[in-house]
Design a protein around this ligand. Structure first.
Ligand SMILES: *[C@@H]1O[C@H](CO)[C@@H](O)[C@H](O)[C@H]1NC(C)=O
Ligand SMILES: *[C@@H]1O[C@H](CO)[C@@H](O)[C@H](O)[C@H]1NC(C)=O
Length: 564
């Protein structure tokens, strides 16, 4: 019952749910000077539907169980499967495939987002390197040769079943175990894929309760899903104490570079509660040991990419793959994560109804860390203070009941994403009750407010994914500290958001927000260890391009910087 793997513990970073808004500032000034008039408009989207409450850890768990049972054994629907001989559409052009990031040759009907998403985005100012493109094509070939039910896969599987030593093979694997909330899963899967790319492993994805429902297959003519008959299926039991974990084998002197591994597979525990032995994963000498194991299984809830950049044997290849260091998640996220048709429907319908005709789209991702339900005035104050100060949203004119301006007015669509509908309502009301000082028309909408209600409804994670994706389609983004949901949106969108500082003591911080240094996600629980000198060290101050995060002082992230 591998599906239940995620029922184990969660971190609070793991709860996604939040969202925010942002936007880019262009255009503000000229409009701002016009002063006087007033225009108010608002829209109350009624996309509230079905109850849901994703993002509540406890509820999520029990829900996970329920859904797991339903899903078990069901054929994949809606999901993008790959056809043997895919039709290659004639108007496939470079833009559509994100400058060659995506391989041609996948079926467009089973995964419409793959071919349509570029129509919803401005073209990225970050181009993938030719080295990255060629490594992706090589990876795809490897995956096709070694993927599920290929000759190589079947042979290694026999031995894994018999618990025999597998020995050196030309196909080595990394199993990503589905664990934690959706935002975290997207970040860890990206980290796992990059690790597989660096170590020539084939990445196989434990589908957990809904990975196959949310995402298309990213690789042509094969599958990234771990077959359901895979013999090692106690994923839910893997934890910090597992005897098969690399850290515990080390601690018990059961593994070394000379003896190799006692088991045909190794478990890598990279969850936030990992210990010093587990963290040796990030040391070059330990990578040499791991390389000998044909099957690695990994469980994580963290974006551990920044620490891969600190492993000397990887750093040259990483520099070639990503000449711009802050584009790792941007490119790999766009490469890997294509919404399934069911999710794509949620995204495109909402986009058409509330965002498509706006002159500017502002995303507000609001995540509140307060145990009470809210909404809270200090949170609203902080959001407004950030948005107004940074001129992302216009001030209202409380002196004039009506303002008319000649000519057409600029329409700004504000997309709020939050577990609570209170913030959305208050911002909407503000722009209804008073005219904007700039004459701009402000449309405020929020797709869902799933709060804390329990629901066995599968649509819940679909909506969470749709909301992250919609935020990534905005022009300007405001995000909350600590939120993986925001990281995913900014990375996919190629945006540097304004990030709201975490409030202390129920007071809006001053300043309320800042622009992030890079669009990369933050690694919340990095190792603090100098592998060479075997002493503790601050891994956020070893190289200029791995620094401490804006929102979590002990976390680390990639930035484009050559000097300290
Ligand atoms: C691998 O094994 C599966 C059944 O376990 C079988 O259907 C498939 O044909 C095998 N693949 C090859 C290449 O023999
Ligand atoms: C929080 O605010 C309260 C009331 O304003 C004050 O008494 C308390 O000292 C504050 N605590 C901290 C840690 O700042």
């Amino acid at each position: 019952m591998r599906r239940h793997a995620l029922a184990s513990k969660r971190t609070d970073q793991a709860n996604e749910g939040d969202s925010r808004v942002f936007e880019r500032k262009y255009g503000f000034n000229s409009v701002g000077l016009m002063g006087i008039s007033v225009a108010v408009l608002m829209m109350v989207p009624v996309v509230i539907t079905i109850s849901i409450f994703y993002r509540h850890p406890q509820l999520d768990q029990s829900w996970g169980f329920a859904e797991a049972r339903v899903l078990e054994g069901e054929p994949l629907k809606d999901n993008c499967h790959v056809e043997d001989d895919p039709p290659i559409s004639t108007n496939e052009h470079k833009d559509k495939l994100y400058d060659g990031l995506l391989a041609a040759g996948l079926d467009d009907q089973s995964c419409m987002s793959r071919y349509q998403s570029s129509l919803y985005r401005k073209s990225s100012s970050y181009k993938p390197s030719s080295h990255l493109l060629s490594r992706l094509r090589k990876y795809e070939a490897l995956h096709k040769r070694c993927g599920p039910y290929t000759d190589s896969y079947n042979r290694t599987m026999e031995k894994l079943k018999a618990k025999q030593e597998i020995g050196p093979t030309d196909c080595n694997y990394l199993v990503w175990i589905s664990f934690s909330g959706l935002g975290n899963r997207i970040l860890t899967l990206t980290s796992a894929f990059l690790y597989a790319l660096l170590t020539n492993r084939v990445l196989l994805v434990d589908r957990g309760r809904d990975m196959d429902d949310l995402f298309c297959e990213p690789f042509p003519k094969t599958s990234w899903l771990l077959p359901l008959d895979f013999p090692v299926n106690q994923f839910d039991k893997f934890d910090q104490k597992s005897p098969e974990s690399y850290g515990n084998l080390l601690k018990n002197n059961l593994i070394s570079s000379s003896t190799g591994s006692p088991s045909p597979f190794l478990y890598l525990h990279l969850v936030h509660d990992y210990d010093d032995n587990d963290k040796l994963f990030f040391c070059e000498q330990d990578q040499a040991v791991l390389q000998k194991s044909p099957w690695l299984m990994m469980k994580s809830d963290n974006y551990f990419v920044p620490s891969l950049f600190l492993i000397p044997s990887f750093s040259e290849e990483l520099a070639n793959l990503f000449p711009s260091k802050e584009t790792v998640f941007h490119h790999l996220g766009r490469y890997l994560f294509h919404p399934s048709n069911a999710v794509w429907g949620l995204i495109t319908r909402y986009h058409e109804a509330y965002l498509a005709n706006a002159d500017e789209k502002i995303g507000l991702q609001i995540r509140v860390f307060d145990t009470r339900p809210g909404p809270f005035k200090y949170v609203l104050d902080q959001i407004l203070s950030c948005a107004l100060k940074e001129k992302l949203l216009p001030e209202v004119d409380k002196q004039q009941p009506v303002v008319t301006l000649p000519g057409s007015r600029k329409l700004k669509a504000v997309l709020t994403v939050s577990l609570n509908s209170g913030y959305f309502e208050m911002i909407r009301d503000m722009y209804w009750e008073y005219p904007t000082a700039t004459g701009e028309v402000i449309r405020v909408s929020q797709p869902s407010h799933e709060g804390y209600q329990q629901s066995a409804n599968q649509i819940h994670n679909r909506k969470a994914w749709a909301e992250m994706y919609l935020l990534s389609l905005t022009d300007v983004l405001v995000t909350s500290s600590w939120s993986t949901f925001g990281y995913v949106a900014q990375g996919l969108g190629g945006m540097k958001p304004w990030i709201l500082y975490k409030p202390e003591n129920e007071t809006a911080p001053d300043p309320p927000c800042r622009r992030v240094m890079s669009m990369e996600p933050c690694f919340h629980a990095p190792p603090y260890y100098d592998c060479k000198n075997k002493i503790g060290t601050d891994t956020g101050s070893i190289v200029p391009y791995v620094v401490h995060c804006e929102d979590i002082s002990w976390g680390i992230k990639l930035v484009d910087r050559d000097e300290f």
